[in-house]
Design a protein around this ligand. Structure first.
Ligand code: MLT
Length: 328
């Protein structure tokens, strides 16, 4: 029996430290091969994944010795947590460790769109000096609509406030007396109202059965023609073909997408539109966030293998009370 399988590219001092204490199998390309993944998972006690390994019921059913799935990140859409819970397998995540990085890139996307930074960059590097072509808008005084006001939505809004933006939030799980909304002086509104009033809509929804395919043509139609749409959360939440149509028809002014419905995406028309900024799911990819994420996931997996409670258990209440973090 081996201890820990890491079938994706997850590196750093925390992984090295884990390798000195446990028998760690590091195969960064393994996630691409479902058959080989099944062969490897059969004999390990733990697996650490990012978002590329599909931790499906089929994979978990093959894992005879598995005690814990450590998710190096926050989204759980690649893990069948229900199946894991029924099978008595603990799932841990890193719920806060990359939130600041995602919030910061969301602000970066706002500035990139508002000031055409990328188009101006390419234009200037092509030898032009087109000052009049790149007259942008200020964020100051504009309204930011946060769709999904969890940790990342909150941190994004807090930073946007420093630019003098007004904050609207849509989140069916919150009420107006939520302390974070109060601190931001944010107005909790229905989704349609947010879309109608916001100058920038920033999506921070996880991909769940309730949110997949949630945002489409009807929603983009409600936005201002001058408004921008940003998604640094999950691509599946947006009906991408309908967003493409809205951008081509100038129903909205532009979009910035760090995440896509399929990753990596097929090359398509979004890539050709000048009013679209695209990045390859790098919102959480800063040295600081990755160090925090890796440290947290490695520590939790080590704790579980040593019979201690995990700090960031997702299903600890369903698997076993002994795994629940001892919250102060
Ligand atoms: C997350 O869910 O933490 C980020 O999207 C990054 C990732 O999936 O690894």
């Amino acid at each position: 029996m081996r201890d820990i399988l890491i079938p994706e590219s997850i590196r750093g001092v925390a992984v090295d430290a884990l390798s000195s204490r446990f028998d760690v199998v590091r195969l960064p390309e393994l996630w691409k091969d479902p058959t080989a993944l099944i062969a490897h998972i059969q004999s390990v006690r733990a697996i650490i994944v990012r978002n590329q390994t599909p931790v499906t019921s089929t994979l978990l059913a093959a894992a005879q010795e598995l005690k814990v799935v450590g998710r190096a990140g926050v989204g759980l859409d690649n893990i069948d947590v229900d199946y894991a819970s029924k099978a008595g397998i603990l799932v841990t995540s890193t719920p806060d460790q990359n939130a600041i990085s995602v919030a910061e890139i969301s602000i970066g996307m706002m500035l990139a769109l508002a000031r055409s930074i990328l188009n101006a960059n390419y234009d200037t590097k092509d030898g032009r000096w087109s000052r009049q072509k790149f007259v942008g808008i200020e964020l100051y005084g504009k309204t930011l609509g946060i769709v999904g006001a969890g940790k990342i939505g909150y941190l994004t809004a807090k930073r946007a406030q420093a630019f003098g933006m007004k904050i609207l939030a849509y989140d069916p799980f919150l009420s107006q007396d939520n302390i974070y909304l109060s601190e931001l002086n944010a107005e909790l509104v229905e989704l349609d109202e947010l879309l109608t009033r916001a100058d920038i809509v920033s999506c921070h929804l996880p991909a769940t059965s309730r949110t997949i395919g949630l945002l489409g043509a009807d929603h983009f139609k409600k936005m201002k023609p001058t408004a921008y749409f940003i998604n640094t959360a999950r691509g599946e939440v947006v009906r991408e073909a309908e967003l493409l149509q809205a951008l081509k028809a100038k129903t909205i002014a532009g979009a910035a997408l760090d995440v896509r419905a399929t990753e990596p995406p097929e090359a398509g028309e979004l890539e050709l539109l000048p009013n679209v900024v695209l990045t390859p799911h790098i919102a959480a990819f800063t040295h600081e966030a990755q160090e925090r994420v890796t440290k947290a996931v490695c520590e939790d997996v080590a704790r579980v293998l040593e019979g201690k409670p995990a700090q960031n258990a997702v299903n600890g209440h369903l698997v076993s009370l002994k795994y629940c973090a001892q919250k102060k």
